[in-house]
Design a protein around this ligand. Structure first.
Ligand SMILES: Nc1ncnc2c1ncn2[C@@H]1O[C@H](COP(=O)(O)OP(=O)(O)OP(=O)(O)O)[C@@H](O)[C@H]1O
Length: 597
């Protein structure tokens, strides 16, 4: 470990915030600190917990811990939860101790599913919307944001917090700006609350809200958990919502030691409630609430990417800059300018062919990242088509919510059929390999009977992209969101340009830039950035070109005529779009001149 990492591991402060950029050993340091606390400070593993943002972040941390324990020959692994599975555990305990609004076991559902429990849920609400679907979207969006902490002033724990006279404006990616009246939201929330109690169901944000309610009442459940946990470690803190921050602080009495790790430049789930300010506020909150002297530690040495790549990635972030730990000179990052994503995928497949057959790069060392904008990505399809043409194999890690729900449904039905059974006795009866593998993971994490599986199913649906670790022998194709925490020697990132990346006609540029940053910082040896110049928004391609990079133009007829993928019609279209772009650029320049004059 380097000096900064060692300091973070050994610092005895009650509250520690580690700010660490990509590849600086964030997870490595957290794993080392967990072991240090056990071995040097004699903290029993049962008195510590880890909290991570997603299942992939959790498995990343567990793998690192295992690596260290194998090396040392001793050390245990603490329970690692996601915020939702922790909330589920708190509610479960509170039901047992009579502290929860739920009197018996709960099930979790999607917010929209509440309607299936009571079709009258929307009756007479949001009359300004003509159709039931829009009403549902608007109310669910407002309801979720209120509980995450992004609608009212901080997280709301009950409908009583909603101001009837207020009108809430909610900007969304998919539906544009939604408007919901306070009185409708309040009535909706009241009705949902009834359904929750009657049907013993709640949704994801409902779990967090109920867990906070339970702990802030400071009853037996609060005593139980504050007695149990002495050391708490939180990974990816920049992606927590205000409600999750509140849950963490309500879990504390005066004795816990808390370490949080994060990188505000990697906040990419704002649309899901993440609030990067939580990281900045952590120390201040700890000082105010517990009168302690917290410590902030910065890890600035990057062990992943050579300086040439870091120069590009550093230029995208405002404050923190990272330096490479070794003096390794590799090739310059490549910025490829093309007209459209068809040409981009053509460039990628040709370059990959060269890498594999001439440079002898192993296919599993190559990853293609794209900015997902819908369930179905034409960009990824175009790349796959070109790779198929060259007979190059790839693995597409689409671990989206849909496939995970199928797995969670399988696990749930297995759980229901085998209630009260020991997992050890029934694991061999599972036919579906993925379910079996999942149950095995749960068992190695401490699950012993079928009922314990519920807690882990909560994790399955936790984030939209609960990305699986990269596996397999062929090229990886992934979304940028799902690449978080991973690294690959060769990374291609496509496709930059207005409405593609930054995405949408009204992009949240800062969030898009952070997403771009996450994608770029996955590269260990060579980085390819592919796209066109933007006209309407900040152009990511132009930003990259300001650094020392290799600039490739992939749109001359000479090159296209050598390709298979472009018909005469395509070429004509490309030519026209180039002429249009040139014309627009000329107009823009004229306007700028006029403005300067
Ligand atoms: N002190 C060190 N010496 C050598 N290698 C290190 C050191 N610290 C970390 N590494 C290596 O650097 C790589 C990145 O580490 P790690 O995954 O912990 O970074 P991270 O900060 O969690 O990254 P990300 O933000 O992308 O999730 C790993 O391969 C790790 O083994």
């Amino acid at each position: 470990m380097n000096d900064q990492q060692l300091r973070a591991v050994k610092d005895p402060s009650q509250f520690i915030q580690i700010n660490a950029g990509p590849g600086t050993g964030k997870t490595t340091t957290l794993a080392a600190k967990i072991l240090y606390s056990q071995i040097e400070l004699d903290v029993p593993v049962s008195n510590m917990i880890g909290i991570s943002f997603s299942r992939s972040a959790k498995s990343h941390l567990l793998n690192k811990l295992e690596e260290f324990t194998d090396l040392l020959g001793y050390g245990g692994r603490p329970s690692i939860f996601t915020f939702h599975s922790l909330a589920f555990r708190i509610i479960k305990k509170a039901i047992e101790l009579g502290d929860s609004k739920f009197k018996e076991y709960i099930d979790h559902v999607d917010t929209e599913e509440f309607i299936s429990y009571n079709p009258n849920l929307l009756k007479d609400l949001c009359k300004e919307y003509n159709d039931a679907e829009s009403k549902k979207q608007a109310l669910c969006e407002a309801f979720n944001r209120a509980r995450q902490g992004n609608l009212l002033y901080g997280p709301s724990l009950s409908w009583t917090d909603v101001n009837e006279d207020e009108i809430y404006h909610i900007p969304t990616y998919v539906f544009g700006r939604l408007i919901v009246k306070g009185k409708d939201l309040k009535e909706f929330w009241k009705r949902v609350d009834k359904i929750e109690r009657k049907s013993r169901v709640t949704d994801y944000n409902g779990m967090i809200t109920e867990a906070i309610n339970i702990l802030t009442n400071k009853g037996k459940t609060y005593d139980y958990f504050t007695e149990l946990y002495d050391y708490i470690f939180v990974d990816e803190y920049q992606d927590t919502s205000l409600a999750q921050e509140m849950l963490l602080f309500s879990l504390l009495s005066n004795k816990q030691h808390v370490t949080v790790v994060g990188d505000k430049n990697q906040t990419i789930y704002s649309f899901n409630g993440s609030n990067s300010y939580n990281l900045n506020r952590f120390l201040q909150k700890a000082t105010e609430l517990f009168d302690s002297e917290p410590t902030k530690i910065i890890l600035s040495r990057n062990y992943r990417s050579p300086q040439q790549i870091l120069d590009v990635t550093n230029s995208l972030v405002h404050e923190e800059h990272y330096v490479y730990s070794e003096d390794r000179t590799l090739q310059l990052p490549v910025v490829v300018e093309t007209h459209n994503y068809h040409l981009a995928s053509h460039y990628i497949s040709t370059e990959i062919e060269r890498l594999i057959y001439q440079e002898k790069v192993h296919p599993s060392n190559i990853c293609i990242l794209y900015r997902k904008n819908s369930e179905h990505s034409p960009q990824a399809d175009s790349v796959k088509e070109q790779l198929n043409r060259l007979e190059i194999e790839y693995t597409e890690e689409v671990s989206n919510k849909k496939t995970e729900i199928t797995l969670s449904q399988k696990v749930l039905s297995f759980q229901e059929e085998n209630q009260g059974e020991d997992l050890e006795d029934i694991i061999d009866t599972i036919k579906d390999e993925r379910t079996k593998q999942f149950v095995r993971e749960c068992m190695s994490d401490g699950a012993s009977d079928a009922e314990d599986l519920l807690e882990y199913v909560v994790e399955l649906e936790d984030t939209e992209e609960s990305s699986a670790p990269a596996q397999g022998e062929s090229i990886h194709i992934r979304t940028v969101h799902s690449s978080k925490g991973l690294e690959f020697p060769y990374v291609f990132i496509l496709y930059l340009g207005d409405k593609d990346f930054p995405h949408s006609s009204k992009p949240d540029i800062e969030e898009e830039r952070r997403l771009f940053y996450v994608g770029l910082t996955r590269a260990q040896e060579q980085l390819y950035i592919i796209g066109k110049r933007g006209l309407h928004y900040e152009s990511f391609l132009d930003l990259c070109l300001l650094n020392e990079v290799k600039h490739v133009l992939h749109h001359t007829y000479k090159e296209e005529s050598r390709t298979y993928g472009f018909s005469e019609d395509d070429k004509e279209l490309i030519d026209k779009s180039q002429q249009k772009q040139d014309r627009l650029l000329d107009e823009l320049e004229d306007l700028q001149d006029l403005f300067n004059d």
